[in-house]
Design a protein around this ligand. Sequence first.
Ligand SMILES: Cc1cc2nc3c(=O)[nH]c(=O)nc-3n(C[C@H](O)[C@H](O)[C@H](O)COP(=O)(O)OP(=O)(O)OC[C@H]3O[C@@H](n4cnc5c(N)ncnc54)[C@H](O)[C@@H]3O)c2cc1C
Length: 566
Amino acid sequence: MLQYDIVIVGAGGGGLYAALETSKKKGLKVAVISKVFPTRSHTGAAQGGINAALGNVAPDSPEKHSYDTVKGSDFLADQDAVELMCETAPKIIREMEHMGLPFSRLEDGRIAQRPFGGASFPRTCYAADKTGHVMLQTLYEQCLKNNVTFLDEWFALSLVHNGERIAGIVAVDLKTGEVHGIRAKAVILATGGHARIYWKRTSNALGNTGDGPAMALRAGIPLKDMEFVQFHPTGLRRTGILVTEGARGEGGYLINNKGERFMKRYAPEKMELAPRDLVSRAIETEILEGRGFKDDEGNEFVYLDLRHLGRKKMLERLPQIRELAIDFEGVDPIEEPIPVRPTAHYSMGGIDTDIYGRTRIKGLYAVGECACVSVHGANRLGGNSLLDIVVFGKIAGEDAANYVSEVSFIPFEESRVRDEEERIESLFSGDGTERLADLRNELSDVMTYGAGIFREEKKMRETLEKVREIKERAKRLKIEDTERVFNTNLQQTLEFLNMVEVAETIVLGAIERKESRGAHFRLDYPKRDDENFLKHSIIEKGEDGDLRISWKPVKITKFQPEERKY
Ligand SMILES: Cc1cc2nc3c(=O)[nH]c(=O)nc-3n(C[C@H](O)[C@H](O)[C@H](O)COP(=O)(O)OP(=O)(O)OC[C@H]3O[C@@H](n4cnc5c(N)ncnc54)[C@H](O)[C@@H]3O)c2cc1C
């Protein structure tokens, strides 16, 4: 059996930063496993930037950054975690600058910063509109330089623990189809988000299927605030591919079919740079009330107008956005507005951790989008996720490195490897009648219907029932391709099974939270209710396999809840 001191599952920004930090401690054996080649992780798709109160453009401070984050979160974020993140931000930006991350610059050579939604100052550091791409490349180079071991194209299947401590994981090597146990004293989950559940309209990479939270759930580890899913206001009309908030940060307007900048009705001060939950609801309201556009294929949308920025700024600051608009919409934003509509984008909820990324099981950590620390509460501000993943990746990496130096390995039950082999075997040998593509589309449709931007009891109940039905039907999924080598059909089936499990927690949390807060907006309870719901939802699997919900208090330090106005 393979054996490492620490196994990190996921090679996005969160996993790589954790790996880098563990490599500082000499003599540790650390491996990063990733189902895609590391630099194909979704972090590489991040466009707009990363927040830090550097104050390079306007006076700023970590405290103001904390306040904006807490307000953006609709007061659900844990404020101790937020403060830690915002205070660490300037330091970690400099650390990455020194690693060679090529940030865009001001005339005088300092790191440039652009305005972003919900922020009081231009606080978002960027590298044109390819920030995540250069960040991922830089971190990967550094990991190679520091001799981190990579198991590329390995797929983690399950966690092994003894109820108290972690023993390792079971994973399949996609290149051979062989299932392996990997023993470890610590495991750091950094598997990214799960917005692919909304398959038909999302900004997320194909692999953002919630594997980490699903593994955690099956292993009896609680998930937190799963009802909160962020819809980004500006996905391209047909595909849902993202147009960064940086486009509005650089001065873009949102326009309805009356030619109006309609945001004046929803957020008179911040306009297009209000937080995402608010702007997404505004766009959907415009469309619902007949002020949107409709094309011949039936797609409804509004326009994002960037023409007034001019060619020079567009080519310098938003080159990728221009390419995407040309390639996927046939529109050159220098000359024409871009058709956009909200797209499923980010998972605020995730594996419940403390500020060190620790979970209920000793030696098991979670960081990045798969985790819920929580710094984003009910709504994440743009530019805060790239920050979250590196800050808490670093902290968890350091904590895990210290932890494994003090403990020995615990026994790893070999039978757990056989269990997973059998699970996969049964997928191959079953005489399934259900097709993956159909179930995936049905899940996407029903989640958009009942757990989308606007929610209400009746639709959520219908959705829960339907998700459970899909889960049952998924037992009869047919794997068409029975080859063991690089079987993408098998991989996508495993991913789908994870998505259905995670989807159920989203709907359950949404039904139980009888209020509106951040991205969770209920037509039947349109107001925030601090008296009853200023608390985190916790969902876990009981011994009987049923989901149980409980609640956990929010940590408030400096900022008392107030009405959220923009
Ligand atoms: C299009 C887009 C643009 C964005 N722009 C910004 C931005 O400008 N600023 C910002 O702050 N945030 C942005 N975000 C959000 C941010 O990029 C993500 O939240 C963040 O990068 C997630 O990083 P991560 O390390 O948690 O996971 P990811 O980068 O998603 O990486 C997940 C890793 O886990 C691995 N993995 C998953 N499951 C398994 C498994 N079962 N077995 C093995 N490996 C597995 C994958 O292979 C991958 O390596 C954007 C997101 C998107 C989708």
